[in-house]
Design a protein around this ligand. Structure first.
Ligand code: SAM
Length: 222
């Protein structure tokens, strides 16, 4: 497995407003995507959240009875999630690791979740990270992604979707030095990694709006 060190620890500033901004920007649909994934996690599953940010998804999984590991590069993000985890009373179910998930190699999981995570990497690094995460899954394990969905609809809707995505892209390019790129097609990544797609669920902006958020769940076949 190719290892690659990344220097994207620029979410320290974003940690102060990231959760509130994402709820506002998506009308709580980012949270809805994460809550949907929990239906596919069983009590006792070992679950890795790569770049978990505020950790809402990790808390939901721990409440379901999963044994959760969070690997997060930004110390401010990690501290934020630590406070929420303690408040939720699930600290005994979650191991917090401050570090680069590229350096996290020592075990395999039943579930690996990359929520709004792979999009912080440039077009060359993203497939390498996807491959690394897939290597952290046991055979039969599930790879879960929640992120921006592919462009869809007529020309006007595609333009609006591009503008919506572009606003987030530019904001985090400025604040967190994220690279500029088009919306990634993660299903193609799954195919390249021989992961079998099991579920594709789209979520509408503010619940009832255009379906611009997507959850993908794929199984690692032996
Ligand atoms: C866009 S945020 C997404 C946060 C969260 N998963 C969510 O859904 O809201 C990306 C997160 O990944 C973290 N991150 C970036 N590169 C990382 C790496 N190599 N290893 C671990 N975390 C990383 C950032 O610090 C940031 O908190």
């Amino acid at each position: 497995m190719e290892m690659k060190k990344t220097d994207n620890n620029n979410y320290d500033l974003a940690a102060y407003f990231y959760d509130s901004l994402s709820h506002l920007y998506s009308g709580f649909q980012i949270l809805a995507c994460k809550a949907y994934q929990i239906n596919h996690i069983k009590a006792g599953d070992t679950v890795l959240y790569a770049g978990a940010g505020g950790g809402d998804d990790a808390i939901l999984a721990a409440k379901k009875g999963a044994e959760v590991t969070v690997v997060e590069l930004s110390i401010n993000m990690l501290n934020k999630s630590k406070k929420k985890i303690e408040k939720a009373g699930v600290a005994d179910k979650i191991t917090l690791i401050h570090g680069d998930v590229f350096q996290h190699t020592d075990r395999q999981y039943d579930v690996v979740a990359a929520n709004f995570f792979l999009n912080v990497f440039d077009t060359q690094t993203m497939p390498v990270m996807a491959k690394h995460l897939s290597g952290l899954l046991r055979d039969g394990g599930l790879f879960m992604i929640a992120d921006f969905g592919p462009r869809r609809g007529n020309a006007l809707m595609r333009l609006l979707q591009q503008g919506y995505y572009g606003a987030a892209l530019l904001t985090f390019a400025l604040i967190a030095k994220n690279p500029l790129h088009q919306i990634y097609d993660y299903q193609t990544q799954f195919e390249a990694l021989c992961l079998q797609t099991k579920n594709v669920e789209d979520f509408g902006l503010f619940g009832k709006g255009p379906r611009w958020y997507r959850v993908l769940i794929a199984e690692k076949t032996a």
